[in-house]
Design a protein. Sequence first.
Length: 288
Amino acid sequence: MTGFGYNVSGFGSFPSRGGGGFTEATGGTVTTSGDYKFHTFTSSGTFEITAIGADANVDILCVAGGGAGSGSNDSNGGGGGAGGYLEGSLDLSATTYSVTVGAGGAKGNQNNVGASGANSVIGTINATAIGGGFGASGRLSTTGADGGSGGGGGGFFTDAAGGSGTQGNSGGLTGYGNNGGSLGSYVADGGGGASEAGNTDSNGHGGDGRSWSGNSTTYAGGGGGGYSGTGGTGGGGNGYQSINSAGNGDNGTANLGGGGGGSYQANGGANLGGNGGSGVVIFKYQYQ
């Protein structure tokens, strides 16, 4: 075009939506909220960025599986520790990122501890959220396991210490995890959560989880100890208490990484801790 003192062709081609406009990606379950897109992984898969926009920033949440609570006969089983919690914002590249979502730890047989949760991992950036530790067994004198957050201690028959929270920063993301409760008391201890240790109220309470700014949901709460412990916010299962009847601790909530609740029964019986809740990985970016 001429006559107005400029030539439109001199500006070149306008940027494409993916090149200079907005980021485009595939993988997981895709949802939108306002100008943002979420890719949520509740099972393992791949997150592929096919085009990076002018703003390459991606918000990331990575939560591991929670640990199982412990069951006990004539003693108090500790609550499972929450899965390790990672969050942060990174400038990512147009490439493929492998995603592994950790399973929750499975409860054990009567009087036996269960399993710790499995790690959640994001490849390429090498981010690892560590699975939560299983709760202690007061009957077996087995201590709570170390993990992203540590499993709670056991009590009554013998005192068994809680595990340590070992989640640190990883892959450029900030890590959160805390110790399981370890009071050495009649009441079993709660598992650690992303924002606090177990037993902050001295009553077997699982440590509370942490709210992710990306969607305001709370993740990674510790399981409550057997006898009277309540699960921490963010998916921690409640402990179970009965004098004469068998029952299990509540399971940690799936895809929140909560620890399973412990259990207690005074007069024998097949009491089991709860399973840990599975983890989750979420990517969030501006798409319009």
